[in-house]
Design a protein around this ligand. Structure first.
Ligand code: PLP
Length: 448
């Protein structure tokens, strides 16, 4: 593999180009896919079955030598790029020193340092405490455990179109049936769903949408029974929905007035993705608890719950933990990723990427009536595909656009309750020319 290009990360990376040398997927990928079918569970699927050999900057290079433009970042994970130099060097150092002791058995500095960093970066200057886990779903589960322990209440309020994970409790919290819940019940109890703010579809102001949600909570659950309200400040899997201004702050104020723990699930929207450390900042809200995962550790599995000290510390000793939570290698990766975010000012870069993509997508929408909405924050951008002139979802068209991009060497993802949203979340170290090229490809596919 030729390693020539000096990226803005200051380290060697792959040529930043789209290069197709075979059809997608190529013969070697197809071979691996057959091998996979005989051994990997069918329930685990892949958006695009090109098998990856290397990745860095804004590209994925497959086993056939194709170089694809990456607009997925492994679902908002490799924001600092794949194999980012600071992540690689710290991981290498840690893995050679020790790989695991279990923080609950014999602790180490990296865990503490990650908690210090997350306390400094999350909204609010109150005293905070953090616990580390392995996955986003595990962080959400633990946020609920903490909120229940603190309040002595049971009910969990989530919103329409929410995505919080695939474990039993988080399946109950997730809105969408297929593919996340179908056949996997019974689900955890005491989970209640309130209406979200979805400006493209409901036409409500933020305060109006919040009043509708609060009315449901009051009438159907009772504020005094609610342990926590959990909401994604920008909804991810549900369709990159940005609630109207004032929605989140009204919910947060209602929570504060009623002794309810307000939890921002920032697993997808956090860590520079939206042009801020956390998307809550755009709305000026200070959540009681924040869940963090995905982008935090440059691709290694790490998650956390960061929250008000008095809430987090209401849990009895030994009540939180897990064998691998805050693994030293994952912590080293997180420290490398956070250092990279600061060094390269990836918040500013996410805003630039957002401006670039949004401008290109608005042009696309002007030329193509199937693009009903262009929305997002920072480098968390999406288009909603509809039947022209309506808000009727057109998932078939969204799938066609995404498949066309894949064939042309641009890795896009769809999302949304109706499956009709194309989302764009490139690594924040992807160069402009690749992003423009990806938008050229999309425009070309959309014009056919
Ligand atoms: C991805 C995601 C989760 C679940 O994270 P996993 O690491 O896949 O368990 C939870 N909440 C949000 C908002 C997510 O985007």
């Amino acid at each position: 593999m030729s390693v020539t290009h000096e990226s803005r990360t200051g380290g060697p990376t792959l040529p930043q180009e789209r290069r197709l040398v075979t059809p997608i997927p190529g013969p070697r990928s197809r071979e691996l896919h057959e091998r996979r079918a005989a051994t990997v569970a069918a329930g685990v699927s892949s958006v695009l079955p090109v098998y990856v050999a290397a990745a860095g900057g804004g590209v994925l290079v497959d086993v056939d030598g194709n170089s694809l433009i990456d607009l997925a970042s492994g679902i908002a994970v490799t924001s600092v790029g794949n194999a980012a130099p600071e992540v690689v060097s710290r991981v290498q150092g840690q893995v050679a020193a020790f790989t695991h002791t279990c923080f609950m058995v014999a602790p180490y500095e990296g865990y503490v340092e990650v908690c210090e960093q997350l306390a400094a970066l999350t909204p609010g200057d109150h005293a905070k405490r953090t616990a580390l886990f392995n996955s986003g779903a595990e962080a959400v589960e633990n946020a609920v455990k903490v909120a229940r322990s603190h309040t002595g209440r049971n009910a969990v309020v989530v919103v329409d179109h929410a995505y919080h994970g695939r474990t039993n409790l988080t399946m109950a919290m997730t809105a969408k049936n297929m593919p996340y819940k179908q056949g996997f019940g019974p689900f955890a109890g005491e989970v209640y769903r309130a209406p979200v703010s979805y400006p493209f579809r409901d036409g409500l102001t933020g305060p109006e949408a919040a009043a509708r949600a609060i009315d449901l909570i009051d009438k159907q659950v009772g504020a005094g029974n609610v342990a926590c309200i959990v909401v994604e400040p920008v909804l991810g899997e549900g369709g990159f929905i940005v609630p109207a201004p004032g929605y989140l702050s009204a919910l947060a104020a209602y929570a504060a007035a009623n002794g309810i723990v307000f939890v921002a699930d920032e697993i997808q929207s956090g860590m520079c993705r939206t042009g801020a450390w956390f998307a809550s900042e755009h709305e000026g809200i200070v959540p009681d608890l924040v869940t963090v995962a995905k982008g935090v550790a440059g691709g290694l599995p790490l998650a956390g719950v960061v929250g008000r000290a008095e809430i987090m510390d209401s849990v009895h000793r030994g009540g939180l933990g897990g064998t691998y939570g805050g693994n030293p290698v994952a912590c080293a990766a997180a420290l490398g990723a956070i250092a990279t975010m600061k060094d390269l000012d990836l918040n500013a870069r996410a805003r630039e990427i957002g401006d670039l993509l949004t401008a290109r997508l608005r042009d696309l929408a002007a030329a193509n009536p199937a693009v009903g909405d262009v929305r997002g924050r920072g480098a968390m951008v999406a288009i909603e595909v509809v039947q022209p002139g309506t808000t009727v979802p057109d998932p078939a068209m969204a799938a066609r656009l995404s498949a066309g991009c894949h064939q042309a060497g641009v890795l896009t993802l769809t999302c949304g309750t109706y499956g009709n949203v194309l989302r764009f979340l490139p690594p924040l170290v992807a160069p402009d020319h690749l992003l423009h090229e990806a938008m050229d490809v999309l425009a070309e596919v959309a014009s056919i």
